[in-house]
Ligand binder design. Structure first.
Ligand code: ZN
Length: 311
């Protein structure tokens, strides 16, 4: 855990009056200096692999100047702060997705907020290291590697629709307590693996695959609102849940859907049954987590969130 704690000096020129009797003569020039302590901010790690989530926690309790408009900017995306689920007033958290394609090396976050003297910003440094990801070689239906024009148009439309959903997350925290796994099967392919489909299409795995036989019940990882429950060209029958606070979970390749878009669901609720729809090489459950549209390792996300709940 690393801490950034700095103070900022607010300088105000309080009085400047001049005597005008043929001369401009200062009678009183006083400079008062007031110091507002910055809120304390902690990052969950100072070194993180690409495709992971970074947790920021802010303690602004007891500060003489109220702190408002907190946000953190990283890689052209702004992330909001939300009230800490376990602590009282003045404690906040934000989740920042470090995209898979982030270059390794020194990176900067910009922490922004307002206090009584106006808008403030501060840089926070951390390092991105290349994750140790393997390569999966997969054979799938050629239609989903070389889609025809109609399928390409459909996939593009669906991509835009889902992108819009990730950009319009519920600001309220709909999740509660620890995030749980959607099935109990073993993992067949980890997040981040480099993927080669049919010897040519190169991509990366933006979720986690469980080796689930067809018909296995799939449960919601936490409470939220179903935003997508339909067939998509690549994901097959898929469910996307908005958990609020910019967290989404994705369940793909299902044989049956048991929920509808717009439905409020609770943790552990049945979403559907596993299958082999969409771009697959066999039956499995693909499970993804996105932070405001940025795919992160689902297992590392669960660990990080559960860490937040310990504090
Ligand atoms: Zn997958």
């Amino acid at each position: 855990m690393i801490k950034f704690d700095a103070c900022r000096v607010a300088r105000t020129l309080t009085t400047a009056a001049f005597l005008a009797a043929g001369w401009l003569w200062p009678i009183s020039i006083a400079a008062s200096e007031q110091t507002y302590p910055s809120p304390e901010i902690k990052l969950s790690a100072d070194k993180i692999s690409n495709g992971r989530v970074l947790l920021l926690q802010v303690d602004a309790a007891g500060l003489s100047s109220p702190i408002t408009n907190m946000q953190v900017d990283f890689n052209k995306t702004s992330y909001r702060f939300y009230p800490h689920p376990m602590q009282g007033n003045g404690s906040f958290f934000a989740l920042v997705g470090v995209p898979y394609r982030t270059r390794p090396g020194a990176q900067k976050l910009i922490f922004k907020y307002s206090d009584l003297t106006g808008n403030q910003s501060r840089q926070l440094s951390f390092n991105v290291v290349m994750g140790e990801y393997r390569t999966d070689v997969l054979k799938v239906d050629s239609r989903r590697v070389d889609p025809n024009k109609k399928d390409r148009n459909r996939a593009n439309r669906e991509h835009q629709e889902v992108k819009h959903i990730y950009a319009s997350a519920s600001p309220a925290r709909l999740w509660e307590g620890p995030f749980v796994l959607p099935v109990e099967n073993e993992i067949s392919s980890s997040f981040g693996n480099r993927r080669v489909f049919n010897g040519k299409l190169k991509s990366y795995h933006n979720g986690l695959d469980f080796r689930s036989p067809v018909g296995t019940p799939v449960r919601a990882t936490n409470s939220g609102i179903v935003r997508v429950a339909k067939n998509l060209f690549y994901s097959g029958n898929a469910v996307i849940i908005d958990h609020g606070t910019e967290i989404f979970s994705i369940y793909a390749h299902l044989s049956k859907l048991k929920v509808k878009a717009g439905q409020r669901i609770s943790k552990g609720q049945l979403l559907g049954l596993t299958g082999a729809t969409g771009r697959v090489s066999g039956p499995h459950l693909h499970w993804g987590i996105k932070i405001k549209g940025i795919a992160v390792s689902p297992l590392q996300f669960v660990e990080t969130l559960n860490d937040l709940l310990q504090r």
